[in-house]
Design a protein around this ligand. Structure first.
Ligand code: 3HC
Length: 717
């Protein structure tokens, strides 16, 4: 059985140490260890109390997520927790690191809780499509009140030891955790008769009875931040039971029923797929685990625009000093003032205090002189998309920046090998494609140039982790992963418009499917004029899907930036209002291109847009541009607003069944005659084998097949 619990007796106290590296989840061996060692401590006349702690960096990271959906061995959590809660001797949890989910629930079954200064607690099950199912929904409201407990459970937030102390989740914070916990429990065992149990507290839940305010607020919060998710409603239902049911065990019964409902819901599988997927994506199949990682003590950013400023904030937030260079003093002043305002906004919203703001903002310096980034360990160029300009910057950086430093380009689509070729260190050049706003969006596409070294890649992936990004590797190929998939998706949305749908119908259908923002709202946000100007400059005729956008731009409809695009906007508002005046444009462009407009169903809208992602995704995997299917899911969820509870486009296709995917592709290929729907070889093969997109890395290295010149996806968006 996986995991164990060590037992030793120190000065009359049994010290139980959970050992299940790296983060001590409650696997079968740990649960069995609880039952066995608590019994041992109870039966040992020399033991007066127990200290429960974790080995390594974690206390307990929760239930073993890999066991969900399987039949676990050994005693269940309920048996192990009963043993703990009804132990005949007092128990203190010595929380040495992360106590998450079942980890905090373990601590809540102890009589007392002491934490180390760097420890943190939380109930993040909601991020896995679950609810705290080992008493968390019943015990935490009793300890901190239903409103705070709901906030912790619905956000999945981590609560620092200091905050947990002020909230009453823990009793003390200690620098010498295990020794102090031993002394603490000796003192309690000697001087206290009745040791508190959280289950016996009722004041805070009874106080909340008779008013629905807390639950109404929680529902509003869940609707806003967890759109389409199943678990939040169930969490609220459990807290409602905690408030209204007198008997603790009746509340536990509600929790258990709701937990099972979440467990069997497909959202749970989808969200756990993403949990493991994000961790898998951070590993590069042919870069050995033991590859040395460079220590990044200082970062440099070239360009103080929206992207540069956002990236600088990511480094500062991670505690890494960062220096921004711009060639224009006014731009630099403006850029620094935007960063300052962003931090001030967080202070105003109570997300950080003035001291924290001063600390992080103080890590960001700026100047006009490239020499000031010469001592950086990584420099990220974040200027606008122009290959010549980027090459010029890289030449300069190569000359001035310390020879071991990594040079990265925040390009969203340019050839990283071309950029690397102007330097004398192509092995230290990569793409780091951040998404806007970079300080908020979690996705980081790491673009692997043909000469990027293992050390460079391993270092950039570890930087991604430090910056709290979901980092995914893409080979250096047109559009990388995300934008290449997006191309077909956006093209289909535009084709649907040409064939008879209206922007709000397309957006509403896809938003109902779960997309954060429909494609036309997104295009309006990005600005229609960017693509239009690029197409005009290239002098070639626009492809069919871009023709409506072009016409809108000809009529000065550029999107949100000037208050009119596919929608109309009132000043100062981002809310889209229908623009009936555009309908004549749509009709005219359809007619000019010989397209007969027709009624289009929501089902067709969803199928065509989402299958465009899936079909392109299959080619991306087969070509080896993305390592594995789940990498593409991680990209779409963290960078493009795909609903996490559907597990990403490739997982969605798996859930649909590959035969069904193939049938639909054939149907839409027949209907549209568009190659977007010509089934990818991988899909045909999987449909034949009754297979699924797998999570294993692509075996073959097909780098040589990729040609940057074959298309320019980014310019077509
Ligand atoms: N179960 C199984 N494996 C887990 C796990 C868990 N609860 N938590 C982490 N792991 C694994 C990861 O998959 C990873 O495996 P890998 O090395 O093979 O890729 C390894 O442990 C290390 O994890 P991280 O890379 O995430 O390590 P970090 O140090 O960056 O983060 C952490 C540590 C903050 C604890 C983070 O792992 C985390 O958030 N874990 C999940 C916490 C969670 O959601 N707990 C709730 C579980 S559900 C539950 O408890 C139900 C209960 O209410 C009944």
């Amino acid at each position: 059985m996986k995991g164990t619990v060590h037992y030793e007796v120190k000065d009359g106290v049994a010290l139980l140490t959970v050992d299940n590296p790296p983060v001590n989840p409650l696997s079968a061996g740990v649960r069995a260890g609880f039952v066995e060692n608590i019994t041992k401590a109870e039966n040992d006349p020399d033991v007066i109390g127990l200290v429960l702690t974790g080995a390594g960096r974690s206390f307990i990271a929760g239930a073993d997520i890999s066991e969900f959906g399987t039949k676990p061995d050994g005693p269940g959590l309920d048996e192990a927790f009963k043993k703990l809660e009804f132990c005949s001797k007092p128990v203190v949890a010595a929380i040495n690191g992360s106590a998450l989910g079942g980890g905090l629930e373990t601590a809540l079954c102890c009589n007392y809780r002491i934490a180390g200064p760097a420890a943190f607690v939380g109930l993040p099950e909601v991020n896995l499509g679950l609810l705290p199912g080992a008493g968390g929904t019943q015990r935490l409201p009793r300890l901190v009140g239903p409103a705070e407990a709901l906030k912790i459970m619905l956000t999945g937030m981590h609560v620092s030891a200091k905050k947990a102390l002020s909230m009453g989740i823990i009793d003390e914070v200690s620098d010498d955790l295990v020794n102090d916990s031993i002394k603490f429990i000796q003192e309690k065992a000697a001087n206290t008769e009745n040791h508190p149990k959280v289950r016996d507290l009722s004041e805070k839940v009874v106080e909340a009875r008779g008013s629905d305010n807390v639950l109404i607020e929680a529902r509003a919060m869940a609707a806003k931040t967890r759109k389409g998710q199943f678990a939040p409603g169930k969490i609220i239902q459990c807290v409602e039971a905690a408030i209204n049911l007198d008997d603790f065990d009746d509340g536990m019964k509600t929790e258990s029923d709701c937990f099972i409902e979440c467990l069997v819901n497909p959202q749970r599988e989808a969200m756990i797929h993403i949990f493991f997927g994000e961790r898998a994506a951070s590993k590069i199949a042919d870069v050995p685990k033991e590859t040395p990682v460079k220590d990044i003590k200082k970062a440099g950013i070239i360009g103080s625009g929206t992207m540069g400023g956002g990236i600088a904030m990511c480094f500062a937030n991670a505690g890494i000093p960062v220096h921004i260079i711009d060639q224009d003093e006014d731009n630099l002043k403006r850029g620094m003032s935007v960063i300052e305002k962003n931090y001030q906004f967080m202070v105003d919203r109570g997300r950080m205090n003035q001291e924290m703001k001063d600390g992080v903002f103080g890590l960001i310096t700026s100047s006009l002189d490239y020499q000031d980034v010469s001592d950086c360990d990584i420099v990220i160029e974040a200027v606008y998309e122009n290959l010549e300009l980027k090459e010029k910057i890289f030449k300069t950086l190569d000359e001035v920046v310390n020879k071991d430093a990594i040079l990265a380009s925040n390009t969203s689509g340019l050839n990283v090998d071309s950029i690397a070729s102007v330097t004398n260190r192509p092995d230290k050049v990569v793409g780091t494609h951040f998404f806007s706003p970079a300080n908020i969006m979690r996705l980081l596409e790491v673009v692997r140039g043909s000469q990027s070294s293992d050390e460079t890649l391993a270092t950039v992936m570890s930087v991604g982790k430090k910056l709290k990004k979901a980092a995914v590797v893409s080979l250096n190929a047109p559009g990388f992963i995300g934008n290449r998939m997006l191309f077909g998706y956006t093209a289909q949305a535009n084709m649907l418009l040409l064939e008879g749908a209206l922007p709000h119908q397309v957006d509403q259908a896809l938003e109902k499917f779960g997309m954060n923002m429909g494609p036309f709202r997104m295009l309006d946000l990005v600005g229609l004029d960017l693509g239009w100007r690029a197409r005009k400059l290239s002098g070639t005729e626009s492809a069919l899907p871009s023709k409506i956008s072009d016409q809108l731009c000809e009529q000065d409809r550029f999107g949100q930036k000037n208050g009119k695009g596919f929608y109309n906007y009132t000043e100062g508002s981002r809310a889209p209002n229908p623009a009936p005046e555009n309908e004549d444009i749509y009709k005219a462009v359809s007619a000019e291109n010989g397209i007969e407009r027709r009624e289009i169903s929501d089902e067709e809208i969803i199928d065509r847009c989402i299958l465009a992602l899936v079909n392109e995704g299959a080619d991306i995997i087969e070509e080896g541009v993305g390592q594995r299917a789940v990498d593409l899911d991680v990209v779409y969820i963290n960078g493009y607003g795909f609903p996490i509870w559907r597990g990403g486009p490739m997982h969605h296709a798996n859930a649909m069944g590959m035969k069904e995917v193939l049938n639909k592709l054939n149907k839409y290929h027949e209907l549209t005659k568009n190659d977007t729907f010509k089934p990818a070889n991988l899909i045909k093969k999987l449909a034949e084998e009754d297979g699924k997109f797998g999570d294993a890395p692509a075996k073959e290295d097909r780098k040589e097949k990729l040609s940057f010149e074959k298309s320019s996806v980014a310019g077509n968006l």
